[in-house]
Ligand binder design. Structure first.
Ligand code: GLN
Length: 386
């Protein structure tokens, strides 16, 4: 067996969801909404299953979806993207990330990662033969500084794997941060693989800035998006990649032998959804922001120190003020004794772990959030002591 996968534990999401089932707990761990998602988009998919094409769609994705991706970014971010040479549809963002790493990394190349890193990144980098170079981020603001970034980038850097907004931190990097990244890469041939799946899930009037909008990054970047996060349909696994034509040619070779295509009916529905008016996306953000605020208030009242959340489905608490230095043990006690599952953020570090932060998902019904708040209220001090 290949040691990289053989030695891996089961993902923290699966582990905490299983514990939630065992303890009949409220699951604020794994990030998925508990509402069914936009009905018109789902209707479009259903109609396409019944009336539409159910054989292999083109390898690069349905032309209507590739066009819709380009039009979407023109309308929402003012970007000029050529659908025919710069857009490819993938079976979810994880396939896009795996494909981008396989297409760019040759064994022995270095890949720069930021930790906390979404749990799929490091094993995929290693399996591609990449040598990870980690830039460590810490709460409360999770910023990276230019010196740390420059120290991680060297002549053997082949790729930088970037995530913005950052899951699990819930922070958003702005144009200034992206300029720091561009400057640090000046003179390097590295590709930036930018996981932007949370691009629409940003709060308080903030706007996501894509690497595609930044001079010095546009021509070296692979931007990854996800219908799962754009439409709160996480099970659909429809993603897409935007990259310069020369890079795209190689990405397409990786994709053709990983999944080759993505269900055509879901592609049709996503193409329709991407054309929805700006007000739809605005309303989605407001709805999630209100849930964030609700959980934030409840967790604070229960005695947690809540960290800011600028985007994603997640809000973090810092257990350090409670004297807790083992987030994973805390989460195991919380699911067993209080009946609430969350995710220990130490799971997203491979070294020099941050062990006091716990991630909660607020993309849930208000009743669910209220029930979770009620369960932890009065239990926090006891859970912290145990
Ligand atoms: N993206 C989801 C999260 O961050 C997890 C998806 C999964 O379980 N692999 O919670």
């Amino acid at each position: 067996m290949n040691r990289i996968f053989a030695d891996l534990p089961t993902t923290i999401f699966e582990e905490m969801s299983a514990l939630a089932r065992t303890h009949d707990a409220i699951n604020l761990g794994q990030g998925f909404p508990d509402d069914p998602g936009p009905e018109d988009v789902r209707q479009k998919a259903a109609q396409a299953v019944v009336d539409g094409w159910n054989q292999y769609p083109p390898m690069m994705g349905l032309p209507e979806l590739r066009d819709a991706v380009a039009r979407h970014y023109k309308a929402h971010q003012g970007l000029d993207i050529d659908p025919a040479s710069e857009v490819m549809v993938t079976s979810g963002a994880t396939e896009a990330i795996a494909g981008a790493l396989l297409a760019t990394v040759t064994p022995g190349d270095e890949v720069v990662l930021f930790e906390p890193a979404y749990d799929a990144y490091l094993p995929l980098v290693r399996r591609a033969g990449g040598i990870p170079r980690i830039v460590r981020l810490s709460p409360p603001d999770w910023r990276f500084d230019a010196a740390a970034l420059r120290a991680a980038i060297g002549p053997r850097t082949r790729a930088v794997l970037f995530n913005n907004p950052l899951n699990p931190a819930g922070c958003l990097y702005d144009a200034g941060d992206l300029a720091v990244l561009a400057a640090a890469l000046d003179g390097s041939e590295a590709v930036v693989i930018s996981d932007e799946v949370w691009e629409h899930v940003v709060f308080d009037g903030r706007r996501h800035v894509s690497v595609l909008a930044v001079p010095g990054l546009r021509e070296r970047s692979v931007k990854i998006g996800s219908a799962g996060k754009i439409f709160n349909l996480t099970g659909w696994k429809v993603g897409f990649v935007v990259a310069p034509p020369a890079v795209m040619r190689v990405l397409a070779k990786a994709h053709q032998f990983i999944t080759f295509t993505t269900p055509p009916n879901l592609q049709t529905a996503v193409a329709y959804g991407l054309g929805k008016p700006a007000a739809h996306f605005e309303a989605m953000r407001h709805d999630l922001q209100a849930r964030r605020d609700h959980l934030q208030k409840g967790l604070s009242a229960a005695g947690f120190s809540v960290l800011p959340s600028a985007g994603t489905y997640f809000i973090n608490v810092d257990l350090a003020p409670l004297g807790v230095s083992d987030d994973a043990a805390f989460c195991r006690r919380m699911v067993a004794q209080a009946g609430v599952a969350a995710i220990p953020v130490s799971a997203f570090y491979s070294q020099d772990h941050q062990r006091s932060v716990v991630r909660f998902c607020f993309a849930k019904k208000y009743e669910t959030l209220d029930a979770a708040i009620e369960r932890v209220s009065g239990a926090v001090a006891r859970l912290a002591r145990a």
